[in-house]
Design a protein around this ligand. Structure first.
Ligand SMILES: Nc1ncnc2c1ncn2[C@@H]1O[C@H](COP(=O)(O)OP(=O)(O)OP(=O)(O)O)[C@@H](O)[C@H]1O
Ligand SMILES: [Mg+2]
Length: 374
């Protein structure tokens, strides 16, 4: 659905020019966004960029210094956390260690007034544990659970009050890679099943790309770009976003021609052409820019194959990744023809290059983007 046709009620959370300062640090700097009802919305960015602060503002654990925060189209500034229809799963598991699983999960329900019957609490704890696939774990102690199971208990505890919005602060960061992958799939499935809006914070771009409907990339308390995973992957605004979303090679130079195709000249004098990012403001001659090239867009050939427009180099390192092989290539900068060090990924089935071997690199003129260097 295009955003322009949306009614106000389709948003669960909105920030309007929100600023939050801690002493001299501006953790959230004049940020505006809206989060669609029922969506999986992620904040992605490096440590200290303001992700947790943004979540805590939505949850009511912090108050903004300026701006307006809306949950369900109502201003919540000054409304305490327990009066917002929002629950949070914290960056570090916060299970109560002296309580068993069922008591942890039912904690929020037992705080409700008027009191719920024990039978109802038991029923809902059972339902919540079933939702996170931990039926039968009621009497386990928290130290008898694996990291992934603890995380699922924390999720069940946050879901039991049926919040409209669930805030998740790097909930998978403490898990090992395999478990994290499994939990990513489970979380996404769970979100579809319950239909609750998930606001998810991560500094792991792969995680954000694979799970989100919408990603906001943050830097120094601001949102630098937001959009769907494919939009951000294919049309990053600048080098920062391109470097954060997926992997890219960056070949730096100065802009010498602009228009539908931008030309840059590298310090070695190589002229490279590619389109600009369709969403970025136009580049100006003389500006510092990079050609951003995804590793899978570069073709490798042997020097014997006579392809047009090639850059000579040699294999510095080869890493077998299963179905793909990743090569680090050094180009021959000494001859004034080089573009630096590049990373190339090809299907392992067609890969037969060994370290030290000379290769030719080539790519289609439209396969990269020229982006502002920052
Ligand atoms: N309670 C606080 N008091 C003082 N400064 C704070 C406080 N909370 C956050 N900050 C500062 O605000 C900035 C943003 O912090 P925040 O926790 O939002 O970052 P983050 O993106 O969640 O980082 P990480 O990935 O490391 O969790 C940081 O510079 C941090 O030091
Ligand atoms: Mg954080």
């Amino acid at each position: 659905m295009p955003r322009t046709t949306l009614q106000e009620r389709d948003f669960d959370v909105e920030f309007r020019a929100v600023t939050k300062k801690f002493g001299l640090v501006t953790a959230v700097d004049d940020v505006s966004f809206s989060i669609l009802k029922g969506s999986f919305h992620s904040f992605l960015g490096p440590s200290g960029c303001g992700k947790t602060s943004s979540l805590r503002l939505i949850g009511g654990f912090e108050q903004p210094d300026a701006g307006e925060i809306l949950v369900n189209n109502k201003s919540v500034v000054g409304v305490p956390p327990y009066r917002r229809q929002v629950n949070m799963v914290f960056q570090h598991y916060a299970l109560f260690p002296h309580m068993d699983v069922a008591t942890n999960v039912g904690y929020g329900l037992r705080q409700q007034r008027p009191r719920l019957s024990n039978k109802e609490i038991q029923q809902r704890v059972g339902d919540a544990l079933a939702l996170v696939r931990l039926s039968g774990y009621d009497r386990r102690r928290t130290w008898e659970l694996s990291g992934g199971q603890q995380q699922r208990v924390a999720l069940a505890r946050a879901l039991i009050n049926k919040p409209t919005v669930l805030l998740l602060d790097e909930p998978l960061a403490a898990l090992d890679r395999k478990l994290r992958k499994d939990m990513q799939v489970e979380l996404k499935t769970l979100q579809r099943e319950v239909g609750i809006t998930f606001v998810f914070v991560t500094h792991d771009q792969e995680e954000a790309l694979s799970m989100s409907d919408h990603i906001a990339v943050m830097r120094d308390g601001r949102i630098v770009q937001e959009g769907s995973p494919t939009e951000l992957y294919h049309y990053p605004l600048d080098r920062y976003v391109a470097g954060f979303i997926g992997q890219s090679n960056f070949i730096a130079g100065k802009v010498i021609e602009t228009g539908n195709q931008v030309a840059i000249r590298t310090p070695e004098g190589v002229v490279l052409r590619a389109p600009p990012s369709p969403k970025a403001k136009p580049l100006l001659p003389g500006e510092s820019a990079v050609l951003a090239l995804r590793p899978e867009r570069i073709q490798l050939s042997t020097p014997e194959e006579k392809l047009p427009r090639v850059y000579p180099g040699y294999i510095a390192q080869s890493t077998f990744l299963g179905d793909q092989t990743e090569y680090h290539i050094r180009t021959e900068t000494a001859e004034g023809s080089g573009v630096g060090a590049l990373m190339v990924r090809t299907s392992s089935a067609n890969s037969h290059f060994a370290p030290g071997e000379p290769v030719h690199l080539s790519w289609e003129e439209n396969s990269g983007l020229v982006l502002l260097d920052d």
